[in-house]
Structure formats: structure tokens, C-alpha cells
Design a binder for this molecule. Structure first.
Ligand SMILES: Nc1ncnc2c1ncn2[C@@H]1O[C@H](COP(=O)(O)OP(=O)(O)OP(=O)(O)O)[C@@H](O)[C@H]1O
Ligand SMILES: [Mg+2]
Length: 494
């Protein structure tokens, strides 16, 4: 059977389509949806996942790792000699087993979702983690586009030309997207995102409020106590719980223990909201940018949907409504919307590949439309810029962000830097047009050597870019004089 995997920073959420075409959330064995993104590995090799790992973490906090999604793609060992992708594989394998137990069928393939501005290296790390767990990856899609697809399919009344926006505040990232329906396709017009802005950051702000109050109460420097893993974990847990309570109550009382003494810290809703306001403003600024890049205004929208756990906070709903002038909607469980949408995309992808999805021997009805994504970054190459008098190396964008995929963009031609040049190193950059190279991410390098020297310098180096439907990019450089050609499937180098 096919599933979706929304590898969230706080929970791995999966869904699968049933025989009616509805999508079903995968439970975690403790009754709730999704598997807590937590792994415990001790010295004897005992490995626990999800809530079990979380609980064991209170006893042995050194051997537990939580919320490591943003480390995907990094080789850093986080726990038990394993990097983030290897730990992700453990969680994905467990999530797969929960899905199989619930549906009574084995999982073969999945559509996976990632934050809009994940790099190719991060995406590939998650893709490989799934494949190592024995799951074929049908497609990699962006989280806000997946949620938009779920809503578009739910409201089939969304006619040709209708436009919807998704505001997705998760635990680690903020993502947003605008999609348009053209009848057969849901087209992603634009995505934006902020990595490292989510529920964890709201928790962090609340932790600082609690620590300030604890310091006032005790007259002690409480921050030194953060080196005690038991104190640090207690504070994390209390803050995460208080954040949710403050959405419903005007004041919470938080029990804290410090050096054997017990204290009660009171935090009011007003204090918390004042402390997090600047963070929420950043998400709204990002939303403004999204409208600007999509070239539309809020008035052009059919609906605006909120996704992600923190979007349950009335304060956030009010701030979104005030900034946009539109009442946001939330008909699907905000933590599961991405997984539901990605499971529908999996059904349409199977149909497109000519093997309609089945479950329990039945063919699953197809969604009305197909999701068509767009690129998430500006991709260019490093060129010399002497326009200001001095010499600068800047990004010359070859493929602009939000270009529909899959695509092959028309080739572009560049000169060599100097007339007698025989070798050229082409750096592929992720970043805005004309941005200084030091402000861009170098995502690939191509070398052409032993080139013939030409009498008069001409734009002779041909650069071609090709994006697949998972927004992975391949860049090819060809010397049009000698015919030499090199190609690279791009990954992040630094
Ligand atoms: N009622 C609530 N009020 C405030 N925050 C909430 C509420 N319910 C859940 N959260 C927060 O939502 C976050 C989890 O949301 P979600 O499942 O959407 O994130 P995620 O998908 O794991 O993260 P990401 O998308 O960043 O990878 C947690 O930070 C959690 O504390
Ligand atoms: Mg999420």
C-alpha cells in the first residue's frame, strides 16, 4: 500500500488512502496521531521511539534525541553514533510498522513532504532515510503545497482559477504557499518559508519568561541550572504544556524545582503574547512576501487556511486575520493536514505512473486533480561583476524561484573571465539575482579543463538547468567551441 510521510520536527505523521479515497491518519500505538520525533538509544543498544523514548528520556536524558529534523543532511552524530538521517530511518521504520498494523497491509511506497525551503541535500537525506527503511519514494513535495492539495480536494467546489493560501506554522519551520486550481491541476504559484521558526521557538521564548521569573523569585542565577539535563528537560516540558494552556486560559501556574526547592511561577496570557508577538510578525512578513512573489493580493484569494499545531492559538489566528483582513479557515486537523494532502498526492502519482493505487484488493478512486509544484529557490552561477568599478563575484540567476516543475529552462551563455583562460570552475549558487557570492549557498561545482583559447571572447559556455518534479536540479555546462560537457545533479557543498 501507499502512505504519506510528513516527517515533522515534533511528530512523524503518516496517512493512507482507504478504498473510498478518503485518507486515514496513522495512530502511534498510544492512541494519538503521529509518532513523536524522539529516539532513545542507551549504551547497551536498547532503542526506543516515540512516546516510549520520550518517557525514558526523563530517566536518562543524555541518551535521548528530539526534534532533529533541521539536522537532516548533516553528518554530525547526534546519538548512538548516528546522524539525523540514520535516526530518521529508525522513526520512519517504526511509523511504517504502525501503518501496516493499522491497515493490515505492507507499505511499499510513499510521498514524502519537506519544508518549502529545505535544500536538495536535506531533501535527499530524508528520501534516503525512507528508502533505507524499505519504502520507495514516489514523490518529494513541499509541506504547504501538500496541505493546499488536501484543502483543494476537500472543496471540489474550488473552481478553475480559484486561489488558496496556506499558512503552516509547525514546530521548527514556517512555510506558506499559494496554489491555483486550473481544473485538472493544482499549481503552486509561490512558496516562502523561514527555517527555524515554529512552536519550539515559542517554547524557547516562554522558557526565558519562566527563567526570568524564577530568578526574581529565588534571587539566584537559574540559567546555570540548564546544564543539569533533568532541570533542562523539566523546563522544556513545562513550557511546551504552558504554551498550549495559554491559548485557552488567561493565566497558568507552572511548578518548577530548583536545587531541591519547589516554586510556582505564574505567567499570564498577555505576558506570553507580548513576548511572542515579534516572532509571529515575522511569519506575517513572510506571508506578505509570498503575495508579492505570487503577484496577487489577499482579495484575489478564495480561502486562507491555517496549518501546523501552533496555528491553534487564537492569538495567531487573530494576528493573521488582522494582517490579511481575511478570516482564516481550519477544517482539517492542523497537525495532520500535510500528511492527508501528501497521501492524496500519492494516489494521483500512482495513477500517473500507470499503476492505480490499491488497498485490500480494491482500486482507490483518484483525486480530481494533480499537484504541480514549482522551484523553491533562485538557482544561478557565479559571474564576475565589474559594474561598480571594483570586481565582485555575484549570482547570475539561471532559473528563478517558483518556476513550474518539471522543467528544462532554455540554455544561457556566459563568457570566460579572461581571454587566455584554459580551465573554468563553475559554481552553482542558491540565492537572489546579483547577490554577492558570499551571501549565497554554493550547491554545486562543475569544471571544464583544457579549453581551446579563442581569439575574441564570446559567450561560449552554455549552462542548462533541468528540474525534476521533486524539484531536484541537474546543471550541465558545455563549452560550445570544443563541445566539452560536464553535468552535476546538485547537492549542497557547504
Ligand atoms: N493548541 C496548541 N497551541 C499552541 N501550540 C500547539 C498547540 N497544539 C500543538 N502545538 C504545538 O504545535 C507544534 C507541533 O505542530 P506540528 O505537528 O504542526 O509540527 P511539526 O509538523 O512536527 O513541525 P514542522 O512542520 O516544523 O516540522 C508543537 O510545537 C506543539 O507544541
Ligand atoms: Mg509540519
Amino acid at each position: 500500500m501507499i502512505i504519506s510521510i510528513d516527517f515533522g520536527n515534533s511528530k512523524v505523521k503518516c496517512a493512507y488512502p482507504d478504498r473510498t479515497g478518503q485518507t486515514v491518519a496513522v495512530k502511534n500505538g498510544h492512541g494519538g496521531n503521529g509518532l513523536r520525533a524522539c529516539v532513545y538509544i542507551d549504551g547497551s543498544g536498547q532503542c526506543l521511539v516515540g512516546d516510549d523514548a520520550h518517557e525514558q528520556g526523563f530517566v536518562d536524558p543524555q541518551n535521548v534525541v528530539r526534534h532533529f529534523k533541521l539536522s537532516l543532511g548533516s553528518d554530525q552524530k547526534l546519538l548512538g553514533g548516528k546522524n539525523a538521517a540514520e535516526l530518521a530511518e529508525i522513526l520512519i521504520l517504526a511509523a511504517k510498522q504502525f501503518a501496516e498494523k493499522q491497515a493490515g497491509e505492507s507499505v511499499d511506497a510513499a510521498v514524502i513532504s519537506v519544508p518549502a525551503n529545505f535544500t536538495d541535500k536535506q531533501k535527499k537525506a530524508l528520501q534516503q532515510a525512507c528508502e533505507s527503511a524499505g519504502i520507495k519514494v514516489l514523490r518529494v513535495i513541499s509541506e504547504p503545497a501538500a496541505a493546499a492539495f488536501a484543502y483543494a480536494e476537500q472543496n471540489s467546489s474550488n473552481k478553475r482559477g480559484s486561489k488558496i493560501a496556506v499558512y503552516d506554522l509547525g514546530s521548527s519551520t514556517f512555510d506558506c504557499a499559494i496554489c491555483e486550481s486550473n481544473g485538472d491541476e493544482i499549481l503552486v504559484l509561490a512558496t516562502e518559508g523561514v527555517q527555524k521558526l515554529g512552536g519550539d521557538d515559542l517554547d524557547e521564548v516562554l522558557k526565558q519568561v519562566i527563567l526570568d521569573k524564577l530568578e526574581k523569585k529565588t534571587g539566584k542565577d537559574c540559567r546555570v541550572a540548564l546544564s543539569d539535563p533533568f532541570f533542562a528537560l523539566d523546563l522544556d516540558t513545562r513550557a511546551a504544556g504552558a504554551k498550549i494552556s495559554l491559548g485557552k486560559r488567561d493565566k497558568v501556574q507552572i511548578p518548577m524545582s530548583l536545587k531541591g526547592q519547589h516554586y510556582v511561577i505564574s505567567v499570564t496570557k498577555a505576558e506570553f503574547e507580548k513576548a511572542i508577538k515579534a516572532l509571529i510578525e515575522r511569519t506575517l512578513d513572510c506571508l506578505d512576501k509570498l503575495f508579492a512573489t505570487a503577484g496577487i493580493t489577499v482579495r484575489d484569494l478564495t480561502s486562507l487556511y491555517l496549518v501546523g499545531g501552533p496555528s491553534r492559538m487564537p492569538f495567531i489566528q487573530d494576528m493573521v486575520a488582522n494582517r490579511t483582513g481575511m478570516v482564516p479557515r481550519m477544517e482539517i486537523d492542523p497537525e495532520m493536514a500535510v500528511a492527508h494532502g501528501a497521501a492524496l498526492v500519492a494516489v494521483s502519482e500512482m495513477a500517473k505512473q500507470g499503476t492505480p493505487a490499491r488497498i485490500g484488493g480494491d482500486t482507490i478512486p483518484q483525486p480530481d486533480a494533480f499537484l504541480k509544484e514549482a522551484t523553491h529557490h533562485d538557482i544561478g552561477i557565479a559571474v564576475e561583476d565589474r559594474s561598480g568599478g571594483g570586481k565582485r563575484i555575484v549570482n547570475a540567476v539561471v532559473v528563478a524561484k517558483n518556476t513550474p516543475v518539471p522543467c528544462k529552462v532554455p540554455p544561457q551563455y556566459f563568457r570566460l573571465e579572461s581571454p587566455d583562460q584554459r580551465d573554468v570552475l563553475i559554481e552553482i549558487l542558491q540565492g537572489p539575482d546579483r547577490a554577492d557570492i558570499k551571501d549565497c549557498l554554493i550547491i554545486g561545482r562543475l569544471e571544464l579543463n583544457d579549453l581551446p583559447v579563442e581569439a575574441a571572447r564570446s559567450p561560449r559556455i552554455e549552462i542548462k538547468c533541468e528540474f525534476d518534479q521533486n524539484t531536484f536540479v541537474t546543471v550541465t555546462a558545455r563549452d560550445t567551441i570544443s563541445g566539452k560537457e560536464v553535468s552535476v545533479r546538485v547537492e549542497v557543498l557547504k
